[in-house]
Write a protein that binds this ligand. Sequence first.
Ligand SMILES: Nc1ncnc2c1ncn2[C@@H]1O[C@H](COP(=O)(O)OP(=O)(O)O)[C@@H](O)[C@H]1O
Ligand SMILES: [Mg+2]
Length: 245
Amino acid sequence: MVSLGEMITNISHHWRQPLAVIGMEANSILADIDLETIDIVQLRANVSKIAQQTQQLSSSIVDFGRFVSDDLEKRSFDLALVLEKALQMRSVKIVDANIILTKEISPGLLITNHELALMQVFVNIIDNACDALMNVEVSERVLVVRAVREVDRVIVTLRDSGGGIAPTIEDKLFEPYTTTKHKSVGTGMGLYFVYKTVTEKIEGEITAKNVLFHDGEKQYKGAEITVTVGVDDTLQDLKKERDAN
Ligand SMILES: Nc1ncnc2c1ncn2[C@@H]1O[C@H](COP(=O)(O)OP(=O)(O)O)[C@@H](O)[C@H]1O
Ligand SMILES: [Mg+2]
């Protein structure tokens, strides 16, 4: 999960290298002019490098702008597409682990919310599912992603056959530093950020439980994470009013 501070650190890190290249190329052109050793082929190469680096800088500014505007205000988007994008972002992991992915996502789940934040939530949950699935046999790896609209909300469930959440951590799953993974792989911060994001930023709900389920003939055991999001702001405002009275 990325905060604004982390995003800025990231941006300044990404900007340093291209800026150094641009400065170097410009200085090289200046030196050639001063020494009257200017060569049109060399000059073209210098300028083309500058143009290339500028292009990179401007695309990272676009990403940054998107992040900030997502942070500041809610927008309308299709939740089905966000789920697809999150799955796409982890498709290599899913394919490499031979995970059988079942999608039951209703089309056109229009909601008004923070799109990027929600995508990060799903990516985190998918990451955990993939990690859990690595602990079971290859032939037993199933991930089922469901999303349906129910009146004023969309309910998303992500269910895996990875054995389920360990009973020892079940009641502190969403607390920071809760992890069963080796410290080189797990920080225990994923679901803490997910919980905070869903409850505070998205203004939705999240629950986790272990389930037994069938997929065709086979029976599986695993975790099921449910994220519930209101369809739009008007309804969320009404709910707040109702709760206040
Ligand atoms: N789908 C899942 N199946 C089984 N256990 C899970 C699942 N998702 C999360 N967990 C458990 O919750 C813990 C905390 O998850 P998280 O906060 O993402 O931290 P991390 O992945 O760094 O350990 C994990 O270490 C794991 O034990
Ligand atoms: Mg995690």
